[in-house]
Design a protein around this ligand. Structure first.
Ligand code: ADP
Ligand code: MG
Length: 616
């Protein structure tokens, strides 16, 4: 009764050199903004300089300004204080400018990453999508993207600023007073080891947070996608239990990561405070001995605050960095996956339609051009999914232009596989498939999608109106063409009954269509698309039109003049076919006209007889 869990490797399967690929990806994203990046670098350096220069003016005010003011000359004190104020204002202005520019640039980078990822996911072949859980891709576009965005927007600049600031402070300390600077640098030794150990432990913890949030999303998306089955079989407790486990793993990964943060923050604070104490003691001694000035000591104490302040920031940035680089690696892995079905480098086009084809010239086609089919040839085609067993061991078939072929056979016989090859959602493992003598692998992708259209059981409706949904078949179609298509397939009367007719929003209350009506929307799309070849994979299964006649009329209208392969659910639809193919275990076992097969003694005759009997 256990529901299968999302496997670890299903969520996380990264190629070994992924860190390199992620870096390359980041660089390619930043490259268009290189001038801006350089400009920002200059701003960072300037900001750090202004931040670091402040305490020098304070030291100057204390050591020179105050004594001279006491002696009656306020000039140097006023100058030192003004310089401090000016540097403070300058760093404020720079902070505004840099934050603004970083915001703009980071959003541009994330925008291009987002669109690149989306574009690539759409290009990946159907095989990839059938293999991978959709939740995985959802988490790439949501939580992983969020993580990269956070880092680029909030912490990349701060990290750079902190690093420059710390470097400048170190240099200033040496210039101000070498012995005191050495005391500060002694504190770096434990800091180095703390940072190093934090780095390795954090890295794993952050990877785990990325993996576990992906699992939470995968589980959520899957449950929502299968909510009908979940509710129908009362599997909510199971699903909740699994989600609880995934959530617990996510919580624990985060807790672990944050434990590292706390540990690091505590240690750096401790080292900082100890260093400060030592500086005060040693500094006081040096001042008493007259080896250094009180202003320099004050500057040191201010610098130490500034030095350990950014360190805290670095810890935060470091976390975001870990998270973002894990996320970027996963996106790089998706972008690194090449589609298996690739568009040809030198596309060929189909020959122009010759006029002697049996074209149903009488039909009122949307595009005004009468349909005429094209021939389909399968030569020595062998096919298996991945490394799996052969689904089609060796397949040879010729379908002349304009022929309507019904494909029947038991579940698992390979019918859907065959049509997924003809529509080039997959490429054959061996052999070739041609349309009008052009190999599908050479055929121009746009022309392939225009000439060959597949309709499946699930008629997906996109958000929008009914008219929009029919127009998927041909985005350029005018309202009259949409109306003609809906009328041709018998959908028009239903649409007229909807609250806002063709403008009804399909996702809104009142715009919901039954599965049969959705199927008719698919047919209307085909009618508008006006392809040469139509493939129907059990596409009539949901048609709940009262009369079989209407189904047949709708089908006959859509298929008129085209080459068609119908995987038939109801045997009545076979009657409009010119030819019937009976498939078994990836092979054709019977091939003939409906009449021949029905009157024969084969499998189809048996099926047909059983079906006839069931009708009376
Ligand atoms: N995406 C897939 N990956 C791996 N095997 C598949 C996939 N789709 C179908 N199969 C296998 O291929 C065989 C034929 O399936 P299919 O073509 O869908 O049959 P039919 O449409 O005739 O019911 C079945 O054994 C099925 O398990
Ligand atoms: Mg099937």
């Amino acid at each position: 009764m256990s529901i299968p869990r999302v496997e670890e490797d299903e969520v996380e399967q990264l190629p070994p050199d992924i860190a390199k690929k992620a870096r390359a990806l980041l660089f390619s994203l930043v490259r268009p903004h290189l001038p801006m990046a350089v400009f920002l670098l200059v701003i960072v350096v300037l900001t750090a300089l202004f931040l670091v220069i402040g305490p020098i003016f304070i030291a100057d005010a204390l050591d020179n300004g105050v004594p001279q003011a006491v002696a009656g000359d306020p000039g140097p004190l006023i100058r030192a204080v003004s310089a401090f104020v000016i540097s403070a204002i300058a760093s404020a202005v720079l902070a505004f400018a840099s934050t603004r520019l970083v915001g703009i640039t980071a959003q541009k980078v994330v925008y291009s990453l987002r669109s690149r990822l989306f574009g690539h996911i759409q290009r990946l072949d159907l095989g990839y999508h059938e293999r991978s859980t959709s939740g995985r891709l959802v988490s790439r576009q949501t939580s992983d993207m969020e993580s990269v965005q956070q880092f680029l927007t909030y912490s990349l600049f701060d990290t750079a600023l902190a690093l420059f600031e710390m470097t400048f402070i170190a240099v200033t300390l040496i210039v101000l007073d070498v012995p005191l600077a050495l005391v500060v640098f002694l504190g770096f030794i434990p800091l180095f080891f703390i940072t190093k150990s934090a780095h390795s432990s954090q890295r794993n913890a952050y990877r785990r947070t990325r993996t576990s949030i992906a699992k939470v999303i995968v589980h959520f998306v899957e449950t929502m996608g299968g909510i009908r089955a979940v509710q129908a079989y009362r599997r909510q407790p199971d699903r909740r239990g699994t989600l609880k486990d995934e959530d617990t793993a996510y919580r624990d990964a985060n807790t672990d990561a944050l434990r590292g943060v706390a540990w690091f923050a505590g240690w750096t604070r401790l080292v900082g405070n100890v260093t400060q104490t030592v500086i005060i003691i040693v500094g006081a001694w040096l001042v008493i001995e007259g080896w250094t000035q009180i202003g320099v000591l004050a500057a040191f104490i201010l610098y130490l605050r500034r030095f350990y302040g950014p360190l805290d920031e670095l810890v935060q940035s470091f976390n975001l960095y870990q998270s973002a680089s894990a996320a970027l690696e996963k996106m790089a892995a998706v972008l690194d996956t090449d589609p298996e079905v690739v568009a040809p480098a030198h596309p060929k086009v189909l020959p122009a339609h010759s006029t002697d084809r049996n074209s149903g010239a009488t039909s009122a086609e949307g595009s005004g051009q009468a349909p005429s089919g094209r021939s389909i040839d399968l030569n020595h085609v062998r096919f298996s999914y991945g490394d799996g067993p052969d689904v089609l061991p060796r397949f040879d078939l010729r379908i002349p232009a304009g022929e309507i072929v019904a494909l029947v056979g038991a579940t698992g016989a390979g019918k859907s596989t065959l049509v997924k090859l003809v529509t080039r959602f997959y490429d054959p493992s061996e052999g070739r498939i041609t349309i009008d003598e052009v190999d599908l692998r050479d055929l121009d992708d746009a022309q392939l999608r225009k000439s060959v259209v597949m309709v499946t059981q699930e008629s997906f409706l996109f958000a929008g109106t009914i008219a929009d949904n029919i127009r998927i078949g041909n985005p350029d179609a005018g309202d009259d063409e949409v109306l003609a298509a809906a009328t041709a397939v018998g959908l028009d009367p239903y649409i007229r009954n909807l609250p806002e007719g063709y403008e009804t929003d399909v996702k809104k209350r009142g715009g919901r269509l039954s599965s049969g009506q959705r199927q008719l929307v698919s047919f209307a799309r085909v009618f508008l698309a006006n392809p040469d070849i139509v493939v129907l994979d059990e596409a009539t299964a949901h048609l709940d039109i009262p009369s079989e006649r209407l189904v047949q009329t709708a089908l006959a209208t859509v298929l008129e003049g085209r080459t068609a392969i119908i995987i038939a659910h109801r045997l009545s639809t076979v009657e409009i076919a010119d030819r019937v193919l009976v498939m078994d275990s990836g092979r054709i076992i019977e091939d003939g006209t409906p009449d021949e097969l029905i009157s024969g003694a084969g499998k189809f005759a048996q099926l047909h007889k059983a079906w006839r009997d069931s009708l009376v």
